[in-house]
Design a protein around this ligand. Structure first.
Ligand code: GTP
Ligand code: MG
Length: 195
């Protein structure tokens, strides 16, 4: 999809604030600083519409972006950020869990991992959790501009093995810098949402 119009509909902390209507939604999850907001920006052809930061923990609410008046992207706060308080972590956890398990409009989850490193224990837990709830998942290994082309096969194997990806879960190698993988990610979104 070529995106021309996008609005930040709401930065929600509570389900009462989620947008009304029944348009499909795609959520973006992953560790803090992995590049969720950057991927969102590439998909919508904007430089910094979803605010990015080199400091982890930038996104702290469920941000609903309305795309072409047809679907929503939901930028979810990152996990694994050591500097948030215990209380805040529990609040985030509850908010994210509520959204991911109780939202009929949710058609799929894009889970990002850092393509430069082996997926972490947090990543493994997240993938198991998403699988348990039978949510359709696309795994995106990002920051691939930092990985040598000759290592791409190794990255693919490492992510597949460490997360123990099911045969139903596709994996895309992506870079927000070169936009590599953008079309594949859009294809999956279109498949899941029917837009
Ligand atoms: P939180 O909102 O804190 O959870 O982070 P996030 O997952 O939204 O990450 P964000 O998109 O803000 O990116 C974090 C940092 O990684 C920024 O400095 C980005 O410029 C950088 N980054 C993101 N994607 C890429 C990429 O594909 N390649 C490179 N080289 N850097 C990237
Ligand atoms: Mg972010």
């Amino acid at each position: 999809m070529e995106v021309h119009s996008v609005d930040l509909t709401i930065s929600a902390v509570d389900e009462k604030q989620y947008p009304a209507g029944d348009q499909p939604e795609i959520a973006f999850v992953g560790r803090s600083n992995v590049g969720k907001s950057s991927l969102t920006n590439v998909l919508i052809n904007r430089r910094n519409f979803a605010h990015t930061s080199s400091q982890p923990g930038k996104t702290q609410t469920l941000n609903f972006y309305h795309i072409e008046d047809q679907l929503y992207f939901v930028d979810v706060p990152g996990y694994g950020y050591a500097k948030v308080s215990k209380k805040q972590r529990a609040d985030f956890g509850r908010m994210i869990e509520n959204y991911l398990t109780k939202r009929p409009q949710l058609r799929g989850v894009i889970m990002l991992v850092d393509g430069r490193h082996t997926p972490t224990d947090d990543d493994i837990q997240m993938y198991q959790w998403l699988s348990y709830y039978q949510l359709p998942v696309l795994v995106v290994a990002t920051k691939m501009d930092k990985v040598k082309g000759s290592c791409f096969t190794q990255t693919t194997k490492q992510v597949q093995t460490t997360l123990d990806l099911s045969s139903q879960t596709p994996l895309v190698l992506f870079s927000a810098k070169t936009k590599r993988g953008k079309d594949q990610v859009w294809q999956w979104i279109e498949q899941q949402t029917g837009v």
